[in-house]
Design a protein. Structure first.
Length: 114
């Protein structure tokens, strides 16, 4: 389902439901990727290599989640949902970057351990 259509369905719920939804989705995504970025940065400071791109991408997801929460709240208030799917696309791309970097890094670690 496209995110815009999902948001339209969300708009039929109560404001209290929206706040619960926003906390349990966008805020949690943002907090978790901010934590991941901080941890990867810490690993980099302690000798782990090739993680800078993942640190940046995790930060982009964290920031994007904050932006999306505000965009979604505005969309709910205005009952206009166009552009939400496109607005979430950079977060999806950043997620792919994080996973690609971590996959490559862990494959490298595993090959050295074997």
């Amino acid at each position: 389902m496209r995110f815009g259509r999902h948001a339209e369905r969300l708009a039929t719920k109560s404001p209290a439901y929206f706040h619960t939804y926003a906390f349990n989705t966008l805020r949690q995504v943002g907090a978790n990727f901010e934590l991941l970025g901080s941890h990867l940065e810490w690993l980099g400071q302690h000798g782990e290599t090739c993680l800078a791109e993942a640190v940046q991408a995790a930060g982009n997801i964290a920031e994007g989640a904050k932006v999306m929460q505000f965009k979604l709240a505005r969309a709910m208030a205005r009952q206009r949902f166009d552009g939400l799917t496109e607005a979430i696309a950079p977060m999806a791309q950043a997620y792919e970057t994080v996973m690609d970097v971590l996959d490559a890094r862990m494959a490298d670690v595993a090959s050295k351990a074997a």
